[in-house]
Design a protein around this ligand. Structure first.
Ligand SMILES: Cc1ncc(COP(=O)(O)O)c(C=O)c1O
Length: 342
């Protein structure tokens, strides 16, 4: 099993701070969860039916009916590589670690490159990126992605874009194009876990080519999403007023987090996208020190030690003072240290 954020219990033990005292900013999941209405008994009682209104709600929300609902985008991430003949795969990284692991497990050879233009020079049958990228927050615009998709398609290649964090910035999304005549070999992944804050429901979607979706559906088997999760997902996808409010508050909090980090870590490069900001520290020991400092203040973030990165999710309204104080004390500590070393 690979390492992920959200392991608050383990952090509580390591740092000796009680569970209830932590602020968890380690995941990039929205601090505001979709307010789940009372779930009807039938959703528990009956077998989940693929003919319910989930696909239609998703088609409206994402602007594309060429979809397959999966148990979180993770289910698609794990199974998709098995539908391609083993061969070279180019990933733009560093990125969400499950992608490389899944392609390697299925017998592919994974190569990491720094950006999309470098990926296009590789000529691999499969090119994959996350947009926005987790953890670097890099975002590629729609025109560039569509150009890349058509470039790869002319050479018989596929472009896979994981848009798990894409809901707050829909102008960048290529989901409406996935599997359409202009981009038949473009595949996208979406998640209800991040923007909607419904990570526990395990609902995601794959968009793209019909034959591929058919094979994926077959490989995943029946009832991959449970009845209550299907029911909640439909409500969330149809609730336009809540989505609008959610987008506004995520973007507002994202900008506030960027400003706070910029002010308190003036010499550190900060990359931000709605739901999280990432501090790019060199050397990587500084990343560990910042992570541990915040953890001692009861704030759990996500450390990517090999890449020298600390990813910080947006807090809810109540957690700003804690984050502010923790960053200020870090600033004070490092400033004093630098001063003493002169
Ligand atoms: C980039 C990215 N894609 C996909 C996932 C999987 O999300 P889920 O399975 O909850 O849809 C994650 C989880 O952290 C992620 O960071």
């Amino acid at each position: 099993m690979l390492e992920h954020g959200g392991r608050l219990r383990a952090a509580a033990q390591t740092f000796g701070i009680p569970l209830e005292s932590w602020v968890d900013l380690s995941t990039g999941i929205s601090p505001w969860c979709y307010p789940v209405p009372t779930i009807p008994e039938t959703a528990w009682h009956r077998l989940p039916e693929p003919e319910d209104a989930l696909d239609a709600a998703a088609a409206r929300y994402y602007g594309n009916a060429a979809l397959l609902a999966t148990s979180g985008s993770q289910a698609a991430i794990q199974m998709l590589p098995r539908l391609f003949a083993p061969g070279p795969v180019t990933l733009i990284g560093p990125t969400y670690n499950e992608h490389a692991a899944a392609w390697r497990t299925a017998g592919h050879t994974v190569t990491f490159v720094a950006d999309l233009s470098e990926a296009l020079t590789r000529g691999a049958p499969v090119t994959l990126l996350c947009n926005p990228n987790n953890p670097t927050a890099t975002q590629v615009d729609r025109a560039t992605l569509l150009h890349a998709a058509s470039h790869l398609q002319r050479r018989g290649g596929w472009l896979i874009v994981d848009e798990a964090y894409g809901d707050a910035t829909p102008a960048f999304s290529v989901t409406p194009d996935a599997g359409m005549s202009a981009a038949p070999r473009l595949i996208t992944l979406r998640s209800l876990g991040k923007f909607f804050g419904l990570a526990g429901a395990r609902v995601g979607f794959l968009f793209g080519d019909a034959a591929l979706r058919y094979r994926l559906n077959d490989a995943l088997g029946p009832w991959t999403i449970n009845g209550p999760a299907r029911w909640v997902a439909q409500h969330a996808l149809n609730d336009i007023a809540w989505q609008t409010r959610q987008r506004e508050r995520i973007l507002e909090a994202g900008a506030r987090l960027h400003t706070l980090l910029h002010q308190t870590l003036p010499t550190t490069r900060i990359a931000s996208t709605g739901l999280f900001s990432t501090c790019m520290l060199t050397p990587s020991t500084d990343a560990r020190r910042l992570f541990e400092h915040l953890a001692r203040c009861g704030i759990l973030t996500r450390l990517f030690v090999d890449d020298g990165l600390v990813r910080i999710g947006i807090p809810d309204d109540s957690a700003w003072p804690r984050l502010n104080d923790a960053l200020k004390s870090w600033q004070h500590e490092t400033h004093t240290e630098n001063h003493d070393n002169r």
